[in-house]
Design a protein around this ligand. Structure first.
Ligand SMILES: NC(=O)c1ccc[n+]([C@@H]2O[C@H](COP(=O)([O-])OP(=O)(O)OC[C@H]3O[C@@H](n4cnc5c(N)ncnc54)[C@H](OP(=O)(O)O)[C@@H]3O)[C@@H](O)[C@H]2O)c1
Length: 337
């Protein structure tokens, strides 16, 4: 059997196929035949070893997978062979507020990931998926979708009639667009591409701003909200966009701070939080309970993830290169089994 491992060496893709032998299952463990994996921007950071934590040579990459249970340990009662499941980004964050233990062992960075046909984890690290979602669709959810859900409805307290500002048309932002529209909110979305903005409008976006042609996009966000500002910003740009987000948010509004697309360092001035009485919340994916809530909403609203492109297992390095180009809209999927 072969799986991908991160190998940091010159002149080769960081994700390399390697032979492996599955280990025997522990009593609380479950083996999953992974059918599909989706990529996140984080996987690019892992492949460059620029993620928060140091990445060990030989790590199995990627956090987001879905598949079928093929074996369970003696003490596992909550899952059975044949169950359709998705991985949890944080296998220990079950519900409630996160503590250090809850956000330890994240798949595909601190702990082994899912870019393998045979994935083993504790039973608590998996969640059953609804029949209405294919394995490919379910594989897009553990990181990007759950982050968008957490940002909008837990930290952002988004309500019908609110306006949310989304940045770019990658995985997190397109899920946030779908969820915000289902919740009756208005969406302003930015992109480097007019074609992508047109696509976002087809998905329900109310307004699009090309941030290349309109670098002062915060002024447009204010104009579109009659000078009031938006209720929630889903901040995926990071240091390079935060200053404009602070100028876009309404008095008493919320910024869900998620991403680092503009890099890790910056000089945004938090002073604007004072006259705005605004809040910035750090978001780190989410818990199993949030995942369960999100799945219920997706079923009720018939929400299906937007998949940009599918790659074969053998072409996983090409999938990573496709993400690096930034031409995608929504999610990139690797078909595993
Ligand atoms: N904190 C967390 O828990 C968490 C969870 C998930 C993701 N993240 C982070 O969130 C960010 C997005 O992740 P993702 O997986 O959704 O990425 P992705 O799918 O690769 O999305 C990238 C897209 O972002 C847009 N973009 C790039 N630079 C931008 C800028 N300066 N301003 C506005 N948009 C810009 C581009 O869209 P256009 O082509 O339309 O311009 C690009 O295609 C990453 O930094 C990731 O590490 C954090």
């Amino acid at each position: 059997m072969q799986r991908y491992e991160v190998q940091f060496a010159d002149s080769q893709p960081a994700f390399q196929l390697r032979d492996f032998q599955p280990a025997p299952l522990g009593p609380r463990q479950v083996a999953v035949a992974i059918k599909a994996v989706s990529l996140n921007y984080r996987d690019l950071l892992v492949s460059r070893n620029t993620y928060f934590c140091p990445i060990e040579n030989g790590l199995v990459p990627c956090s987001d997978g879905a598949g079928e249970v093929i074996a369970v340990g003696d003490e596992v009662t909550e899952l059975r062979i044949g169950d359709r499941v998705a991985s949890l980004f944080f296998p220990h964050w079950q519900a409630g507020e996160a503590d250090g233990r809850a956000i330890s062992g994240a798949l595909g960075a601190e702990g082994p990931g899912v870019l393998t046909p045979h994935f083993v984890t504790d039973a608590t690290g998996l969640i059953p998926i609804p029949d209405s979602l294919s394995f490919e669709e379910a594989a897009t959810l553990p990181c990007a979708a759950l982050t968008a859900w957490h940002a909008l409805f837990e930290a952002g307290q988004l309500k019908p009639g609110h306006t949310v500002l989304l940045q770019g048309t990658g995985g997190v932002s397109i899920f946030a667009l779908q969820f915000a529209k289902a919740a009756g909110a208005k969406v302003i979305i930015t992109s480097s591409s007019d074609d992508k903005l047109a696509h976002a409008r087809q998905l329900g976006a109310d307004h699009g701003i090309n941030y290349r042609n309109t670098p002062e996009w915060q002024e447009e966000a204010l104009r579109l909200t009659g000078g009031r500002g938006v209720d929630v910003v889903v901040e995926v740009g990071g240091p390079g966009t935060l200053e404009r987000s602070l100028m876009s948010v309404r008095t008493g509004g919320r910024i869900a701070y998620i991403g680092v697309l503009t890099g890790l360092a910056g000089a945004a001035n938090p002073m604007m939080l004072i006259p705005r009485l605004a809040a910035i919340n750090g978001i780190f994916v989410g818990s199993r309970q949030m995942f369960a809530d999100m799945l219920q909403a997706m079923v009720a609203h018939r929400i299906h993830p937007v998949i940009d492109k599918r790659f074969s297992f053998a072409d996983a390095p090409a999938a990573l290169a496709h993400m690096e180009q930034g031409a995608h809209f929504g999610k990139i999927v690797i078909q595993v089994g």
